[in-house]
Design a binder for this molecule. Structure first.
Ligand code: GLU
Length: 443
């Protein structure tokens, strides 16, 4: 029987990073086994669920590159894939439970007779986990207002959608004995369960959007990573490592390889700790290795948002700028800080760099010597700019750094940046000379 796995989010208005990781693990398992990945929207809470909240999930999936084989927008043989549209299916199942004596009416609600015994959850990650249900209360499966509860609809849909493996966060483990009991009462074979360890903050606390510390709360939502300018392939790579390991120490992994290697026994049992530093490092690696074209496509919106470029900015110029900072940038949201002086002439000087340059002995003469050299350059390339600067240094018996630092500060306002000669080449002769002269007049 081929594998059928699903991700079944309740639309709350955000996609939790732990949810995104569960979705990814299901997706990987489907790819690994050649099975199907189903997306089902658990939107029975009518008060909370809105189309916008569903769209947040669908957008998040698309951004992360998680395509689904059945679900919203594409349908499939077991639809509809919104629980809010499956009311009749649930009604029939409740009747079936009642007819078989497994459920009964209670003060307007319907209760399921919990089997009063020990129930073992044979978990593929954690192993057998025993729950003592000998004194467990019966379970409300339909509220007195007629609405079915999560446990019921979750089980019915997993049954109807022929789900073979439920891979979900460990916070659901305590629900699973109830789910197994419901499967049994419905006369259906339950899926295999794999509960994956939850993601903790770096300090060991639970990752939650309700964390009172904003710097922690923000990591809980996928939107943060989109806004901060992570590359989806980098986040996906990092999420793979949060609770699964390729069994060696590699951290940069091609998705194709992960699909090949990913298996449930490879899921680690201990909780996974989130490390923003590690993720940023991985992101930097992906940004560095990315094609120039993709870097441009992903980077340009961040420059647009910062009002540094517009649709009328020459594309070739943006390309040149991005190409020389690509290996320096760790996040796309850092791009405006790295590149603003390429697009704006009113430079913002780093106060320390400015002060250091203005007070450096003979910096003014250095800049005058360099300006003269650059004015006379017949060609304006990184090579000729480097040669010109070195010439100025040797003619005056000085080191190249005596020219490099004041020049960088004069034209960019900063003490760090991409390779100076490439930066000057891209800025162009006019801009560079104008900025050098303007800076000289500040002494
Ligand atoms: N709607 C549930 C949730 O979002 C689904 C749990 C499950 O995967 O079974 O937590």
């Amino acid at each position: 029987m081929s594998t059928r796995v699903r991700f079944a989010p309740s639309p709350t208005g955000m996609l939790h990073i732990g949810g995104a990781r569960s979705a990814l693990f299901n997706w990987l398992y489907a790819k690994h086994t050649g099975g199907k990945f189903i997306l089902r929207i658990e939107d029975t809470d009518a008060a909370r669920n809105t189309q916008e909240a569903v769209d947040v999930i669908l957008r998040g999936f698309k951004w992360l590159g998680l395509d689904w084989d059945e679900g919203p927008e594409i349908g499939g043989p077991c639809g509809p894939y919104y629980q809010s549209q499956r009311t009749d299916i649930y009604k029939k199942a409740v009747q079936q439970l009642k007819d078989a004596g497994h459920a009964y009416d209670f003060e307007g609600a319907v209760k399921f007779k919990i089997p009063k015994r020990k129930i073992v959850v044979p978990d593929l990650v954690i192993g057998d986990v025993e729950f003592d249900y000998t004194v467990e209360n019966d379970l409300v499966i339909v509220r007195s207002d007629g609405s079915p509860v999560f446990h019921l609809v979750n089980v019915i849909d997993d049954m109807e959608m022929k789900i073979t493996h439920v891979i979900r966060g460990e916070e659901h483990l305590s629900n699973t004995p109830k789910h197994l009991a419901l499967f049994e009462a419905l006369g259906a074979e339950p899926p295999r369960y794999a509960h994956i360890p939850i993601i903790l903050n770096s300090d060991g606390s639970k990752m939650s959007k309700r964390d009172e510390r904003p710097e922690f709360a923000r990591w809980a939502s996928l939107q943060t990573y989109i806004d901060d300018g992570y590359a989806p392939e980098a986040l996906r790579n990092y999420l793979c490592l949060l609770g699964w390991s390729p069994k060696d120490d590699r951290e940069i992994l091609e998705m194709e390889e992960v699909c090949r290697l990913f298996d449930l026994p490879g899921i680690v049992r201990h909780n996974a700790r989130f490390s923003a530093e590690k993720l940023q490092w991985i992101n930097g690696r992906y940004l560095m290795a990315m094609s120039k074209e993709r870097f441009y496509e992903m980077g340009k919106p961040f420059l647009m948002k910062a009002d540094l470029v517009s649709d009328s900015t020459p594309e070739a110029y943006i390309h040149e700028v991005l190409a020389i900072v690509q290996e320096k940038v760790k996040l796309f949201s850092d791009l405006p800080a790295w590149t603003s002086y390429f697009f704006k002439d009113d430079l913002v000087f780093d106060p320390e760099a400015l002060n250091k340059t203005l007070t450096a002995p003979n910096a003014k003469s250095r800049l005058e010597e360099l300006t003269a050299k650059y004015e006379a350059l017949p060609v304006w390339t990184a090579e000729s700019l480097e040669a010109g600067l070195k010439e100025a240094a040797s003619e005056n018996g000085l080191k190249t750094k005596d020219y490099v630092h004041p020049c960088r500060v004069s034209v960019s306002g900063k003490s760090v940046g991409p390779s100076l000669y490439h930066m000057l080449q891209v800025l162009g002769k006019d801009r560079v000379l104008t900025r050098l002269k303007a800076f000289i007049s500040r002494f």
